[in-house]
Design a protein around this ligand. Structure first.
Ligand code: B16
Ligand code: MG
Length: 217
């Protein structure tokens, strides 16, 4: 069976979630708003625009459209300063091993990320060439939990949604995969990602037998 394995980027392939958090926190603090790590879970997988909207709502702030655009730009510049220093050492444990296993088994692999910075990040960590299709924040009009990003991925791989498996670290992304009628695999904490079909702390906990089961299932 040929299945489509769709990987989220931030928090699944690389730990850029920590850089998003640092950059948003600095930006929020600069306008007198603060938010917790628990609140930060709601920013994961969510678009840049939606993230700033949420932060402003937490701080009871309203901004003109110009100021809004300016703050999004500042956050992204700060985020890119972290990204520019990345290399392959920041690939999360056993991600490369999992990708290589799936490639060896002739499975289809796509990226399904909300980030507009996905391609440069994959190039930085030297994984770009392992993906048959890339769907990111530049390709979608509706953000996760809308299933659009994953449905486009399935289409590009020429596979039915029910033959696709999604790896996600965010609540919004797990919901998007479920709505898309794909198998959702949460990467992270059980109590946060309980809506996923399967949950693993990270890829080191996923056995080849489990992956084989997904391929033949
Ligand atoms: P950017 P993912 C998402 O990526 C992040 O989880 C989310 O925190 C971020 O706001 C979003 O990308 C947009 O990223 O500002 O780089 O366009 O997890 O879907 O790979
Ligand atoms: Mg993510």
């Amino acid at each position: 069976h040929k299945k489509g394995f769709i990987f989220d980027l931030d928090g699944v392939i690389v730990d850029t979630a920590k850089y998003h958090f640092l950059a948003w926190k600095k930006l929020a603090n600069s306008i007198g708003v603060d938010f917790s790590e628990v609140q930060n879970e709601q920013l994961k997988g969510v678009s840049r625009v939606r993230s700033l909207e949420k932060i402003l709502a937490w701080g009871n702030k309203t901004l003109s459209e110009d100021e809004f655009m300016k703050l999004m730009g500042l956050k992204n510049d700060d985020y890119l300063s972290y990204i520019n220093k990345m290399d392959a050492s920041e690939i999360l444990p056993d991600v490369s091993k999992t990708l290589d296993f799936l490639i060896e088994k002739k499975q289809a692999i796509a990226l399904g990320s909300a980030s507009k910075n996905a391609t440069p990040i994959l190039q930085k960590v030297n994984l770009f060439h392992k993906f048959q299709a890339i769907v990111d924040g530049n390709d979608v009009s509706k953000a996760k939990p809308d299933p659009e990003v994953f449905l486009i991925g399935a289409k590009l791989l020429d596979l039915k949604p029910e033959d696709c498996i999604v790896f996600e670290d965010s609540v919004a992304g797990v919901q998007a995969a479920n709505v898309a009628n794909m198998i959702s695999i949460g990467i992270g904490e059980k109590d946060v990602l309980h809506e996923a079909d399967y949950i693993f702390k990270d890829f080191t906990e996923m056995s080849p037998a489990f992956l084989e089961g997904l391929i033949s299932g």
